[in-house]
Design a protein around this ligand. Structure first.
Ligand code: CP
Length: 292
């Protein structure tokens, strides 16, 4: 799919006649637009549904909304929802026949984000002679792990691919229950020195999911856990920086780090289109299999 996205005519006829519905109950820029672009590049029809301005505001349930969209011919439903488990519920409840793709459910999972992150890491590894094997590579996930579906999906996928993953952040935002094999660090400086990461995945502080104060001040957070140019200089020469976006520039990452040559943040965005094309292709081009 990434080859298709390099061509002058970025289009395949594969999903002609299929309909993909983007069913978004939470705001999104990258995931919604990349799923739309991915479906269009595979020649599917796309319906974008945002809960704001729909009959959800009149109290219509997820079940009724999904069944209504399926009655109009949806073959796949791409669901972003604030409740953890919502995509699993829709996929396995028998409410709909359509393929269901999780585009982020609460603080639970964001599987296509983890896939595009892994693809971006592999691409970076291909630039050096050792190849694209993630086995033994050290990935440090930094920040608001507690509220992060991106962290949870990456912990599953990167472990599966053989990487060593560590988490780092304030004790209030790093759950001990996740127990990454690479360990838990409460200081970014210590994590850089002792874990020596090949990849630093910075996470957004998700203020909208916080009902209490998890760190003293933004200034303090940035001082202890923020990625800045001084910390970038202490990373190994070939280390790369990822962030799923949207970024709080000046809080978890400063502008110089976000815009540095070692930042692969825009590569993540580009790879998101290819990954989502692949996911739609897998689910809609042949026999339906187990959905997630
Ligand atoms: N990474 C991510 O999920 O971004 P959006 O919220 O913009 O989709």
């Amino acid at each position: 799919m990434s080859d298709v996205n390099e061509r002058e005519i970025k289009k395949l006829p594969t999903l002609r006649g299929k309909t993909v519905v983007n069913l978004f109950f939470e705001d999104s820029t990258r995931t919604r637009i990349s799923f739309e672009l991915a479906a269009k590049r595979l020649s599917a029809d796309v319906i974008n549904f945002a809960a704001k301005g729909s009959s959800v505001s009149k109290g219509e349930s997820l079940k009724d909304t999904a069944q209504t969209l399926e009655a109009m011919g949806a073959d796949a439903i791409v669901l972003r929802h604030g409740s953890s488990g919502s995509a699993h519920r829709l996929a396995h409840s028998g409410w709909v026949e359509s393929a269901v793709i999780n585009a982020g459910d609460g603080s639970h999972e964001h599987p296509t984000q983890a896939l595009l992150d892994a693809m971006t890491i592999r691409e970076a590894l291909l630039e050096n002679p050792v190849g694209s094997d993630l086995s033994g590579k050290r990935v440090l996930i930094v920040g608001d792990i507690s509220h992060s579906r991106v962290a949870r999906s990456n912990l599953i996928l990167l472990k599966e691919l053989g990487a060593s993953v560590a988490t780092c952040g304030p004790a209030t935002l790093v759950p001990r229950s996740l127990e990454p094999a690479g360990g838990i660090f409460y200081s970014l400086d210590r994590a850089i020195d002792e874990f020596d990461p090949d990849v630093v995945l910075m996470l957004r502080i998700q203020a909208e999911r916080m009902e209490a104060s998890f760190f003293p001040t933004e200034r303090e957070y940035s001082r202890v856990w923020g990625l800045n140019i001084d910390r970038m200089k202490r990373l190994r020469n070939d280390a790369i920086v990822l962030h799923p976006g949207p970024m709080n520039r000046g809080l978890e990452i400063d502008a110089a780090s976000a815009d540095s040559t070692r930042s692969r943040i825009l590569n993540q965005v580009s790879n998101g289109v290819s990954i989502r094309m692949a996911v739609l292709f897998q689910l809609l081009s042949g026999e339906k299999e187990e959905t997630r």
